[in-house]
Design a protein around this ligand. Structure first.
Ligand SMILES: Cc1cc2nc3c(=O)[nH]c(=O)nc-3n(C[C@H](O)[C@H](O)[C@H](O)COP(=O)(O)O)c2cc1C
Length: 314
């Protein structure tokens, strides 16, 4: 795809290929991995603004970053403008100069609280949230969908209002809330958002290869792409998109293991790394038997030993 630097607020990213926020996955280790493979910007998984306020989120795991990761972005969700602004100003978010507001999450618990994708149906509140968060001094970005359902697509109008409220970049996931993660990506709606605003628009949805990324850019005229599920199975997709060299799965997994252990306790790290190793096995011969063994592993050392067996010769 066409790689180019991208300016968001006063920050210039070295490229326009983003790693999406993925709840349960885009922790420090995963983001650092994707960044190393070429992603220009990686978002944390979504963090509850209220949770931050009441100290109830496991923020050590969710919001750890350091110099090795470099520039990092956080994503928060909520519905109360003052609570979201307080989250932006919270010390835990201090290392993140870019903060994204989630306006796309379809999960019922979130939606019913008026958060995530529910904001698509309440542009006045969404606007207030952005205006309030901008006052924190953070660079505010918005991740939205094209609407709640196909009969009511709101992309261009909504994007315009978010830009008017002070957002520095908008990511458009080209599906409605009702479609969750399935179905065609609506290129036309993303293109309409791009035409409606003069801040960068990032297109998201269905990028599983460099060809997919090229098509998405061509059809939408967007300034860059965001990759989500493909990165879960293959973080080195960012090498393909940015022209970097791949490394072996074992090298990749060893890095991820070391960095995960840096921020997560042994129990969490074991469960997380088992899950990741199983993703990376997708399409490989003998995957079922290895997965079976992985899910019985009780320590990170056991997971590492199985990974060495799986990928040591490749
Ligand atoms: C497991 C999972 C977790 C996700 N978590 C988040 C999240 O925390 N915040 C968010 O804005 N989107 C989240 N998404 C949506 C993705 O960021 C992305 O918009 C969506 O998967 C479409 O991109 P794709 O077709 O490349 O997968 C999640 C998606 C998946 C599959």
């Amino acid at each position: 795809m066409q790689i180019k630097p991208l300016k968001i607020g006063n920050i210039t990213l070295h490229n326009n290929v983003f790693c999406a926020p993925l709840a349960g996955y885009t922790n420090y280790a995963f983001r650092r991995l994707c960044k190393g493979y070429g992603a220009g910007l990686c978002y944390s998984e979504m963090v509850s603004a209220k949770g931050l306020k009441y100290g109830s989120e496991n923020t050590q795991q969710l919001l750890f970053t350091d110099e090795q990761e470099g520039l990092a972005a956080a994503q928060i969700f909520g519905s109360e403008p003052d609570v979201l602004r307080a989250a932006c100003e919270h010390e835990k978010l201090q290392p993140f100069p870019i903060v994204d507001i989630n306006m796309g999450c379809p999960v019922p618990k979130i939606y019913k609280n008026g958060e995530g994708s529910a904001l698509l149906d309440n542009p006045a509140l969404a606007e207030k949230i952005v205006k309030e968060c901008v006052k924190s001094g953070k660079i505010i970005t918005v991740k939205m969908r094209i609407g709640l359902q196909e009969s009511k697509l709101i992309t261009a109008e909504f994007a315009k209002r978010m830009a008017g409220a002070g957002a520095s970049l908008i990511t458009v996931h080209g599906r409605t809330k009702d479609k969750v993660y399935a179905g065609e990506v609506n290129y036309k709606e993303i293109a309409a958002a791009k035409r409606a605003v003069d801040i960068p628009v990032i297109a998201n949805g269905g990028v599983f290869s460099d060809e997919d990324a090229q098509r998405l850019l061509l059809e939408t005229g967007a300034d860059g792409v965001m990759v989500a599920r493909a990165a879960l199975f293959d973080p080195q997709i960012f090498c393909d998109l940015t022209g970097g060299a791949r490394e072996s799965k074992l090298e990749m997994f060893n890095k991820q293991t070391a960095w995960t252990k840096q921020t997560c306790d042994e129990r969490f790290a074991t469960v997380f790394l088992r899950k990741m190793a199983a993703f990376y096995l997708k399409g490989e011969r003998g995957a079922a038997a290895y997965k079976d063994r992985l899910f019985r592993a009780q320590t990170t050392d056991e997971v590492s030993a199985i990974a060495k067996e799986m990928w040591g010769q490749k």
